[in-house]
Design a protein around this ligand. Structure first.
Ligand SMILES: Nc1ncnc2c1ncn2[C@@H]1O[C@H](COP(=O)(O)OP(=O)(O)O)[C@@H](O)[C@H]1O
Ligand SMILES: [Mg+2]
Length: 420
């Protein structure tokens, strides 16, 4: 038996620890720092890599890293230098996410389909480039900006002001020392996530996120307001194409360049005229995509994460998935993604049934009560025999839960239904 340390505190980490705790090989699952829904919380922030390593060593844990920041900070390299088992990419591998410029140049030199682009650090040169092109554009800060560093522009004025925001006003700090200006691809967006051991990559179930705060994809971008799996947007032939032309190519090129990539590889995809383009890579599970995906896993997640970290995925059978659909509705606090109240008591949380599970995100457990403690508070996730049923099951589970400033989108999964 092995203990597990899950690093992170969001809905994704609750879903990972929930699934890992079901393994017959797993004894105790710790989460650092965790949230109001995770058990055995360890009060070590994700930045304190050395303290996390000491804890993992003392408690004989295999560590699973949820978010990108500790990966980009080299948590995996540090643990491996101490001979501690850990799942996730190295600091070099994490560059696929931590530097959008690094990722774009990697894609270019390896012929991986992505929007055409130029790189700038000088606002004047960036603006004259914008003047010179006749296609719509997207301006992206190079570094990690908590999902806020990308500005999709309608018209040149928006592009000039995006350049000003990132390069001159430095709204994203050093993450905006350089920018990418790329061609806007207007297509349909989906997520494709695979699990790699550095040599091969097995697909996880397909999914689709809902990034904007309001129904019908209106309003500002958020961390994600809900997701469902599988998505009809990625049919079998599209999945094959993405796997071969994007995922396998990425894993092989990383290996060839000396940056063996072990971990979840997430490709944000735009499909236009039946061709997939990579918008970005993430080097970890998506949040909230992780919640419906883990609910559909019909395999022992520990076996697969452990094999991936050991470069040994070929020793396991292809992962199998529940045929059912799963839908995750994010319950947020009104005001998110800007400012919102915290500390409100949540009621109705004891109504889990066989089809649904409530993954916590921005919550904490204080004096026997669960309180809101973040913008995205809960991810209510349900299975169903069809996408339509899963949507119904998930929404009916959300109705039992309340707090004064609860908010959710009412159309999660509708994009998938429209596609069927
Ligand atoms: N080239 C592009 N064409 C059209 N939309 C884009 C493009 N690049 C990004 N986007 C949109 O912006 C969103 C955020 O961009 P992304 O590259 O995923 O960065 P991040 O998730 O780090 O904010 C995407 O989900 C997509 O909707
Ligand atoms: Mg993205």
């Amino acid at each position: 038996m092995v203990n597990i340390l899950v690093v992170g505190s969001g809905g994704r980490e609750h879903a990972l620890s929930w699934k890992l705790s079901q393994s017959s090989k797993v004894d105790k699952v710790f989460t650092a720092p965790g949230n109001g829904g995770t058990k055995n919380n360890v009060p070590i922030p994700v930045e304190n890599i050395k303290e996390l390593a000491d804890f993992a060593s003392k408690n004989q844990c295999f560590t699973v890293v949820g978010p990108e920041a500790p990966l980009a900070n080299g948590i995996v390299d540090y643990f491996e230098s101490k001979n501690l088992g850990i799942f996730g990419p190295s600091k070099n591998g994490a560059q696929l996410e931590s530097s959008k410029i690094w990722a774009k140049q990697f894609m270019k030199r390896n012929n991986i389909p992505t929007a055409k682009f130029e790189i700038f650090d000088n606002p004047k040169e960036a603006s004259s480039y914008v003047e010179s092109v006749d296609h719509p554009i997207v301006v992206k800060a190079d570094g990690l900006a908590a999902g806020k560093g990308v500005i999709v522009c309608n018209g040149k004025d928006e592009a000039f002001s995006a350049i000003d925001t990132i390069l001159v006003k430095k709204t994203f700090g050093d993450a905006g020392n350089k920018i990418i200006i790329e061609e806007r691809i207007d297509g349909i967006e989906a997520s494709y996530i695979a699990l790699s051991d550095g040599n091969v990559a097995v697909p996880m179930a397909s999914s689709q996120d809902h990034k904007r705060i309001y129904d019908d994809d209106k309003g500002p971008n958020t961390g994600g307001m809900g997701a469902y799996s599988p998505t009809p947007i990625i049919d079998e032939s599209m999945a094959k194409k993405i796997q071969t032309d994007i995922i396998d190519k990425t894993i092989h090129a990383m290996k060839k360049e000396g940056n063996i990539f072990r971990g979840f590889l997430y490709a944000g995809i735009m499909i236009k005229n039946k061709e997939p383009f990579v918008l970005e890579y993430n080097v970890r599970m998506g949040d909230p995509e992780c919640q419906p995906i883990t609910m559909r896993m019909d395999f022992d997640l520990y076996d697969y994460l452990h094999a991936a970290s050991a470069g040994d995925l070929n020793s396991l059978p292809t992962p199998s998935w529940k045929k059912q659909s799963a839908v995750c509705i994010v319950l947020a606090s009104q005001g998110y993604p800007e400012s919102y109240p915290k500390g409100e008591e949540i009621s109705g949380l004891d109504a889990d049934d066989n089809n649904s599970y409530v993954f916590h995100a921005g919550t904490n457990f204080v004096n026997g009560k669960i309180l809101t403690n973040g913008g995205r508070v809960l991810g209510v996730t349900a299975l169903g025999d069809s996408l339509k049923n899963a949507i119904g099951n998930a929404y009916s589970a959300t109705e039992k839960i309340s707090w004064p400033h609860k908010y959710c989108r009412k159309d999660i999964g509708k994009k998938g239904l429209a596609y069927l």
